[in-house]
Design a binder for this molecule. Structure first.
Ligand SMILES: [Fe+2]
Length: 174
């Protein structure tokens, strides 16, 4: 081993260890989501589909790697509150994340993923850009997954959904 390699080896070990923990954290999140989704057959895989689409949108709006990671958690966990039923699930889900300061933005996104661009959503009736960006991304991805494609989402631009993000959704390769 060269001197350089000997000096760097411990650092590489630390970095590899961190990567493993990052992966484990994601796998654990996936397991948790699957546990909740498995209660309702139609829900299985929903979070993963919303996550895939959210990240495509996130890249298009220019989110950094760190931001994309937080968006990943937000999207995977957005409906986790449904473990206590549909009613108020966004708030319930956000409350679960109170103990994870590293995911403060994800927590906000979970709380606000059913706000509407026109201010008629819940739980806080936020409107327009007062709705956190990740929550707006989740709302667009969620609608596209539920309605089965960008064409059906178009009509919600400027009503339930951020029109700019709907525009970006249309640009994604199908
Ligand atoms: Fe939801």
């Amino acid at each position: 081993m060269t001197k350089w390699a000997a000096a760097v080896a411990p650092l590489m070990g630390v970095l590899e260890g961190r990567e493993e923990w990052r992966a484990a954290s994601r796998q654990l999140t996936g397991a948790l989501v699957e546990a909740v989704e498995s209660g309702e057959f139609d829900a299985l895989g929903h979070a993963q589909s919303v996550t895939d689409l959210s990240l495509k949108l996130g890249r298009l709006v220019g989110l950094t790697e760190r931001e994309q990671e937080e968006l990943w958690y937000a999207a995977m966990l957005h409906d986790i509150g449904k473990i206590h039923g549909e009613q108020g699930h966004a708030q319930v889900g956000a409350n679960f994340l109170h103990g994870v300061p590293h995911l403060a933005e994800a927590m906000k996104a979970v709380r606000h993923h059913h706000e509407r661009w026109d201010g008629q959503g819940e739980p806080d009736r936020l409107a327009g850009e007062d709705i956190p960006l990740y929550a707006r991304i989740l709302a667009v991805a969620n609608s596209a997954v539920r309605m089965g494609g960008p064409d059906r989402v178009k009509g919600q631009a400027g009503k339930a959904l951020d029109p700019r993000l709907v525009g970006l959704l249309e640009k994604l390769p199908q």
